[in-house]
Every structure is written in structure tokens, then in C-alpha cells.
Design a protein around this ligand. Structure first.
Ligand SMILES: C[S@@+](CC[C@H](N)C(=O)[O-])C[C@H]1O[C@@H](n2cnc3c(N)ncnc32)[C@H](O)[C@@H]1O
Length: 214
């Protein structure tokens, strides 16, 4: 059955729309930074040197800036289909932060988008999963993310949820239960809801190639 995607009201590849989104995002939801703090806390507690981070749907660079400022031992890769967003992101970074950052133009709705990106210790998708434009694509997307993971990579998924006091479109947004299910069905392990604030939920899970002991 053909999936009826939900069209986006804005074109985030258009510089004007990208700028508008960037100007409003933290005013509409200042609690985004509570989530950014959670990433910093989790990343700085990883026992890995030279941590490779991939941020999918990285946007105008708020998270890039925050991570590069607060996590001294990371290499950060921003993946987005919008050059306008990458431009905004680069403009926020100091030279020493840019030196630890890589920008990749990818469209995660295109086949094979994950090829040639590399493998990462941490993968984040923050407020961008719904850009798949239908929740039915989530499992396939998470399975593709697995190709970007090493054994024990930590995968963070944060998005608006479908709930009575949150988003109302259940084609675009998933309930908490649906998020758990899609990550589980894609094969991720140790799935936990680690932050739930004002309609945004952050899930953490682990890629594990280890097979369960039978
Ligand atoms: C709502 S913004 C979130 C930006 C950023 N993660 C943040 O929270 O500040 C969604 C981002 O996903 C990007 N995006 C949308 N569809 C995409 C696609 N098919 N492939 C790659 N990036 C996409 C947009 O350009 C935009 O930067």
C-alpha cells in the first residue's frame, strides 16, 4: 500500500525558510537546551577517546555549537540536505570548532544515503525524525542508521511525540510506544526513554551485534 506522506509546510533548503526556523526554534522551545545538556552529560561519560558523533538533520548548528563547546573529545559530523542550514551552522562555529567538524550534504530519504558517511560512536537525530514525513518510514530509517554504527554505538532519537497534550498528527509523529516499537523492530537494544519534557521525548538505545545467549 502506498504511504500518503504529510507534506512539509516549509522548505528547509530555502535560505529564507531555514533562517525563519532557526530564528524561532529556541524561542518556541527553550527547553531544547535541557536535551542538549543530556547529550553532553551522556557523551562526556562515555569511556571512549576521540568520540565520533553524527548529527542527522543537523540544522542551523545549535546542537553543533553546544556539543563542540561542551564535549572536548569529540569529532562532530553534521548531515543535512540543506546547504542553507549548513551555512547557518558553520557561521556559529569558531575556527577551532570548525576544525573538529565535518559537513555532509545528504538526503536521508534517498536510497543509500548512509553509504560513505563512515561509522560513529554516537548518532543523534534531534527533532528531525518526523522529516521522514510519515512514521511508517521510521523502522527502515533506524535500520539504515545501524549501518552507521559500530558495536555498542549509542543512538539518540529525540522528536515531538503524538499524545493528547503534544502533537496531534499520528501519521507524522509517533506515540512513545510506537517509538519504542520501531527502535526494537529495527534491532536496537537497551531502549530507554531518558527525557520527556513538554512534548519532546528523547530515547537512548544501543547497537549491539552480539546475539542473545540461547
Ligand atoms: C526541524 S529541523 C531540526 C534541526 C536540528 N536538528 C535542531 O534541532 O536544531 C529539521 C532538519 O532536518 C533537515 N532535513 C529535513 N528533511 C531532510 C532530509 N530528507 N534529509 C536530510 N535532512 C533533512 C532540515 O534541513 C532541517 O535542518
Amino acid at each position: 500500500m502506498k504511504i500518503q506522506e504529510v507534506p512539509s509546510p516549509i522548505d528547509l533548503r530555502n535560505p529564507k525558510d531555514a533562517m525563519e526556523w532557526a530564528n524561532e526554534a529556541n524561542i518556541k522551545r527553550p527547553w531544547r537546551y535541557d536535551f542538549f545538556d543530556m547529550y553532553v552529560h551522556k557523551i562526556n561519560n562515555l569511556n571512549i577517546e576521540n568520540i565520533q558523533i553524527l548529527d542527522i538533520g543537523s540544522g542551523p548548528g545549535f546542537l553543533a555549537k553546544y556539543l563542540l563547546q561542551h564535549c572536548p573529545d569529540i569529532r562532530y559530523t553534521a548531515a543535512d540536505f540543506s546547504n542553507a542550514m549548513h551555512k547557518l551552522s558553520k557561521s556559529k562555529l569558531l575556527t577551532r570548532e570548525l576544525n573538529r567538524a565535518t559537513f555532509r550534504l545528504i538526503d536521508f530519504k534517498q536510497e543509500g544515503w548512509f553509504e560513505d558517511l563512515g561509522q560513529f560512536d554516537v548518532v543523534i537525530i534531534h527533532q528531525a525524525l518526523h522529516e521522514l514525513r510519515h512514521k511508517a518510514h521510521a523502522i527502515n530509517f533506524h535500520q539504515q542508521v545501524k549501518k552507521l554504527c559500530k558495536n555498542q554505538t549509542v543512538y539518540f532519537v529525540c522528536d515531538h511525540i503524538f499524545a493528547p497534550d503534544a502533537m496531534q498528527n499520528n501519521q507524522l509523529y509517533m506515540s512513545k510506544k510506537e517509538h519504542f516499537q520501531s527502535l526494537k523492530n529495527a534491532g536496537f537494544k537497551n531502549i530507554e526513554l531518558i527525557k520527556d519534557e513538554k512534548g519532546l521525548c528523547l530515547f537512548e538505545c544501543i547497537e549491539s551485534s552480539e546475539r542473545p545467549i540461547s
